[in-house]
Each structure stands twice: as C-alpha cells, then as structure tokens.
Design a protein around this ligand. Structure first.
Ligand SMILES: [Ca+2]
Length: 247
C-alpha cells in the first residue's frame, strides 16, 4: 500500500472509530434508565405488602400511623390534637410520601382543617422490620401501591398520586383494593399521594373504617450512569479520536 493509500485508509479508520465511539456514546445515553412514567391502575399483583401508612377508626377515635409487617408494628401514631377529635361528614386532607433518598415514609393529616400540615399533624419513619428482611428502604423503589379501604361509612376523594388524578373510592360495605404502578414498569422511588378522607360514620368496630396505603414489592432501581461518568466517557472518546488522527 503506497503512502497516499495508507493515509486514506488511516483517515477512514479514524472516521470509523470515532463514528462507532460516538454511536456507543449514543447507545449509553439512550439506554432506558429507571425513569418514572405515569402512574396507572393495575390488577392485584398478589404480592404481600411491605410497609405503609394507615388512617383508621381506632375504637375510641380516629388515628393515623406508619407501619411495617414483620411483626406488625404501627409506630409512630398520629392522633388529632384538641377537640373535636374528628367531625363526621367533613373532608380531611392527607398526604402520604415515600422518599427513596432517605427511605422515609411520611404521613400527614390536616386534623384542624386549616389547609396546611402542622408539626403535630405529621409523622415519619425510616427504619422497619419487613418480611423481605429490609430494615431500610434507602435506595429502593416500589413496584406497586395499594390503596385499601373498608367499611361503608367513608370515602376517599381528590386522590392524586405523583400528579395523576384518580376517581373517588367509596367502599360499599366491603373492602376495596386499588393497585397503582408505574406505566413503564420501573420501581417508583418517590411517592406523593394526596387526597381528602371523609368519614360519614364512626364505623362498627376497631379499624372499620380504615384506609391503608401500602407499598409493595421493593426493588433497587437499575443503576443510572452519573452525568459526570458520561462526561468522562465523552472526554475519553475525544482523546481516543485525537490519538487516532495523530497516527
Ligand atoms: Ca392543619
């Protein structure tokens, strides 16, 4: 091969190497990451729950708690301060949150109906004894959310989960379970569940009526390449290209 032909061949190889490296970068960037998509309802996944939050008739009044399942532990517990402890036929706004960064479940109930959650209207928890052996959910997401209501003297309206609105749920005397998931199938690492809970009667027994917000099937989301790693990869490819061109 003469010098000119070798030079042309080298340029072709350089172009090809840079192009394939660039394609590799695009592939890396284009890998479906654990991005969360729209929240949608789904059928019963038939998987037991892990941890959750509960608002219920406690036998002597209404209360709210954060729980785990192994052994079943409702702690801490949130009780309305002052009187009346609960007015029937009045809507009470609530919020349930999960934050993967800290593994914390939060629960707030606007007991005094002033449209804000005060310090004495909020509880949270980040250590658990769960059936799957996890004591901490830092770095985890959940595949499903179950919203379960029982009794016939309550309703849950204005339900919004991560920005998506859902119809009012009214148990007609039997337990009603609604399941939610991420439409892309990725574990959900951040939950923000808000709604309005209205009790129209005190119920018939302890925990009737009760509303549970259960987080089901925890998983560690797929690793997401850090922006810094991608930047380094890009620098590395550029350097490789320069090295090839210098040959
Ligand atoms: Ca309040």
């Amino acid at each position: 091969m003469d010098k000119r032909a070798r030079s042309v061949a080298t340029r072709w190889h350089v172009k090809r190497a840079v192009a394939s490296a660039a394609a590799a970068l695009v592939v890396v960037v284009g890998v479906p990451l654990a991005a969360e998509a729209a929240i949608v309802t789904v059928g019963n996944p038939n998987i037991s729950s892990d941890i959750g939050a509960r608002i219920r008739w406690g036998g002597t009044g209404f209360e709210a708690s954060v729980f785990d399942n192994n052994p079943f532990s409702q702690s801490p517990t949130l009780n309305p301060a002052g009187a009346p402890v609960w007015q029937l036929n009045q809507g009470y706004d609530f919020q349930v949150t999960f934050d993967s960064a800290t593994g914390t479940i939060g629960l707030s109930v606007d007991f005094n109906r002033d449209n804000s959650f005060g310090a004495d209207e909020s509880i949270s928890r980040n250590t658990f004894t769960a059936p799957n052996g996890l004591a901490s959910y830092v770095g985890y997401g959940f595949n499903y959310l179950q919203v379960a209501g029982n009794g016939s003297v309550s309703s849950l309206s204005n339900l919004v989960i991560n920005g998506a609105s859902f119809p009012t749920i009214t148990p007609a005397g039997v337990q009603t379970d609604t399941y939610f998931t991420d439409s892309s199938g990725n574990p959900i690492t951040q939950f923000n569940i808000t709604g309005t809970l209205t009790f129209t009667g005190t119920g018939s027994a302890q925990e009737n009526p009760a509303w549970n917000f259960r987080f089901i099937s925890p998983e560690q989301p797929a690793a997401v390449p850090e922006p810094a790693t991608l930047a380094l990869l890009g620098l590395g490819l550029a350097a490789a290209g320069r090295k090839l061109r210098r040959r």
